[in-house]
Design a protein around this ligand. Structure first.
Ligand SMILES: [Zn+2]
Length: 179
């Protein structure tokens, strides 16, 4: 099964076409414009030596509740992925640990830890950019949003500005890798 073949590092960050019907974007936004904002966060992460992934949480009215990028290096925290930080900040901003009606927008397909956090947050949906052939847990390696038999799984929609999201990661790791 292709999923369990180890993919070469240079093919890890993928820009797959989006699939299925595009969910309606929150008032005043398009998914592309929201992903552009997440991409700016990812580029900021790269400048700080962090793996360039950016995320934001937007509520149904179009209000951006929180933004974040990876901070695992600077905070010495293996769980400080952009998604986890954005969800934490959004819950604080909303005054509620349940974020029903909100959508998480993130430049990279979430990992297993983050799909767990996404489910716990009760966001309604996840929009992501590039796919991660080695660790993506929405559809690449696992279907981590759908595993639990409690509550309802958030919807997911991937491939938004995927080429740009993948390019930021490819460039970052190319620079870090010794020639
Ligand atoms: Zn993660």
């Amino acid at each position: 099964m292709e999923l369990f073949n180890r993919c070469p590092e240079e093919e890890r960050w993928r820009s797959l076409p989006s699939w299925g019907p595009e969910p309606p974007a929150p008032s005043g936004h398009s998914w592309r414009s929201l992903m552009g904002r997440a991409l700016r966060l990812a580029r900021r992460a790269a400048r700080r030596g962090e793996v360039p992934v950016g995320a934001l949480v937007v509520d149904a009215s179009g209000r951006i509740l929180a933004e974040a990028h990876n901070e695992t290096e600077c905070s010495r925290d293996p769980t400080a992925h952009a998604e986890v930080l954005a969800l934490r900040r959004a819950a604080l901003a909303a005054g509620n640990h349940r974020l029903g009606g909100c959508v998480l927008v993130v430049t990279l397909e979430p990992c297993l830890m983050c799909t767990g956090a996404i489910r716990e947050s009760r966001v309604s949906g996840v929009v992501f950019g590039a796919s991660d052939a080695r660790a993506g847990a929405v559809m690449s390696c696992l279907e981590g949003l759908d595993y639990a038999q409690t509550g309802s799984a958030p919807w997911s929609y991937g491939g938004v500005e995927a080429e740009k999201c993948a390019a930021v990661l490819t460039a970052f790791f190319r620079e870090k890798r010794p020639q």
